[in-house]
Design a protein around this ligand. Structure first.
Ligand code: BG6
Length: 502
């Protein structure tokens, strides 16, 4: 993982970005490269090949990237640093439907590698729509650009979504693994680039006090919340075909779940950490379609107000079907079948156009077995929560009971709060810096392995199948700006529990 103090530069390499004119490159990849360059964490000898389907001059591409950088940089742009970076960019046109263009890409890349002295190490970044992942990898394999030889490394970064269900994720893994070795594939989940998410490992495994109570004997349940205020906006065509479950659950929410629920790895390395995370995903209890329906709630937002913004009905979003049954909210209950977690429900919820942006994992501990304080019943004690907050304030909160000052013994709930910004200077960043840097140094601890991706899809597949069959039946509605559909609250109420307010 990145250590901004160490100033350790990766080995020289070429970075080849497919989809260089796209949104992701503009919003995240280039601003992250800029931040790495400002921190002197790019390789000494480095070049960027920007691949688009249509030819573009170097000047035009650099100008476009500069414009994007000015818009999306996380800190004021220093022109010297920006020019140093953009001067490394060369524009090349290639289209996976046109084999010849990949022969041309190979030739151009080899020339650049020689003139820039990058040593033959290559990072191919697929910042493209997912239907291009396999065709690009096939072409790269065909022209021999992915073969690791003479001590060089060749790596492929794949963005999400990785498949749309278990079968497609399996097929994509099989295809990529017929071209590359697993160690060459970096499947990105940007949640793993977030400091607070990485801190879950440190919190759990660098402190002795949590592990003894981190199990079914002491934990009542776990709530994972990723609530978003933003609506679907201009992403209608992608979102309507995808929905909240596919967009968020098998990737981002399951990353949080697996870090919370995994067993302690024997070593802090990619093999051991990922194996433990993947074990947990594989241990998510398989549900029948009927159970999946009972244990989940689908919601879709209707018109409403969030702050000063009037949010239109989801079905009126451009490129969304007027009778769409795509969910913009999902809540679900899962169990993990192992000794640590048997009987402990994991409640997950995520949605768009909600009252608040809030990402957190809340661990609810069991109640005190009885309250010996006069006139205080166990039910009246404040709930014991350990909350790992990822958004909007990065930190950790512990909620417990304390004595209310005064002659009588009365109890009240209080919170002990740790906020990152009170202890550490946090440079504004995209969250992709660590991920891109790790690809360059060959550390894949923060990337998903094939078995983990498939275990995640396997766990959500019954929900996808059951909802497909149910169609509009069971789809609930919630006004934009609310906390979600009523059924989500029922789901926990049935178990005598409730969601933390957003
Ligand atoms: C993306 C989803 O992967 O994650 C988006 O496609 C979502 O729909 C985003 O808005 C949420 O990320 P974050 O970091 O803002 O919580």
């Amino acid at each position: 993982m990145i250590d901004f103090q160490s100033n350790q530069k990766p080995r020289s390499c070429a970075l080849v970005i497919f989809g260089v004119t796209g949104d992701l490159t503009n919003r995240l990849v280039i601003p992250s490269l800029y931040n790495l360059s400002a921190a002197e964490l790019l390789p000494e000898q480095f070049c960027v090949v920007g691949v688009a389907r249509y030819p573009m001059s170097n000047e035009a591409l650099r100008e476009k990237l500069m414009k994007g950088l000015r818009q999306f940089a996380t800190r004021p742009v220093d022109d010297k640093v920006a020019h140093r970076l953009l001067e490394c960019v060369t524009s090349v046109a290639a289209d996976p439907g046109d084999s010849l263009s990949f022969d041309g890409l190979k030739e151009r890349l080899e020339q650049l590698e020689a003139s820039r002295n990058t040593g033959g190490n290559r990072l191919f970044y697929l910042a493209t729509p997912p239907d291009a992942f396999a065709p690009i990898a096939r072409q790269l394999g065909r022209v021999g650009l992915l073969k690791e030889e003479n001590g060089t490394w060749r790596r492929l970064v794949v963005e999400k979504p990785f498949g749309t269900d278990l079968a497609s994720a399996h097929a994509l893994n099989a295809e990529l693994l017929s071209i590359l070795d697993e160690h060459q594939i970096y499947r990105i989940d940007h949640y793993l680039g977030k400091e607070t998410v990485q801190n879950i490992l440190v919190l759990r495994f660098a402190n002795g006090m949590f592990e003894p109570i981190w199990n079914r004997h002491h934990i009542d349940h776990v709530q994972v919340t990723v609530a978003e205020k933003i609506d679907v906006g201009h992403r209608g065509s992608f979102y309507d075909a995808t929905g909240a479950l596919r967009d968020m659950v098998p990737n981002h929410l399951f990353q949080l779940l697996s870090l919370i629920a995994m067993e302690p790895p024997t070593r802090f390395d990619a093999h051991n950490v990922r194996s433990e995370k993947d074990e947990v995903l594989a241990a998510i209890q398989a549900q029948s379609e009927e159970d999946a329906l009972n244990n989940s709630v689908r919601g879709q937002y209707t018109a409403g107000t969030i702050g000063d913004n009037e949010i239109p009905d989801y079905r009126k979003t451009p490129n969304v079907k007027p009778d769409s049954v795509t969910e913009t909210y999902v809540a679900m209950k899962l169990h993990i079948d192992n000794w640590r977690w048997a009987g402990v429900p994991f409640y997950l919820r995520t949605g768009k156009a909600l009252a608040m942006k809030r990402t957190e994992v809340a661990i609810k501990f069991r109640e005190a077995p009885f309250a010996m304080f006069q006139s205080t019943h166990v039910q009246q004690l404040a709930e014991n929560y350990l909350v790992i907050c990822i958004e909007p304030t990065e930190g950790i909160t512990l909620q417990f009971n304390t004595k209310v000052p005064g002659p009588l013994i009365r109890t009240g709930g209080v919170q002990m709060k740790f906020r990152y910004r009170d202890y550490f200077k946090i440079e504004p960043a995209t969250g992709y810096e660590t991920l891109i840097y790790d690809c360059m140094i060959g550390d894949n601890i923060l990337f998903q392995r094939a078995d983990g991706v498939e275990a995640a899809w396997r766990a959500v597949q019954p929900f996808l199948d059951a909802w497909k069959k149910a169609g509009a039946k069971g789809l609930e509605f919630y006004p934009a700006g609310s906390e979600g559909p009523p059924g989500a609250f029922e789901l926990l109420k049935r178990d005598g529990r409730s969601w933390r307010p957003l």
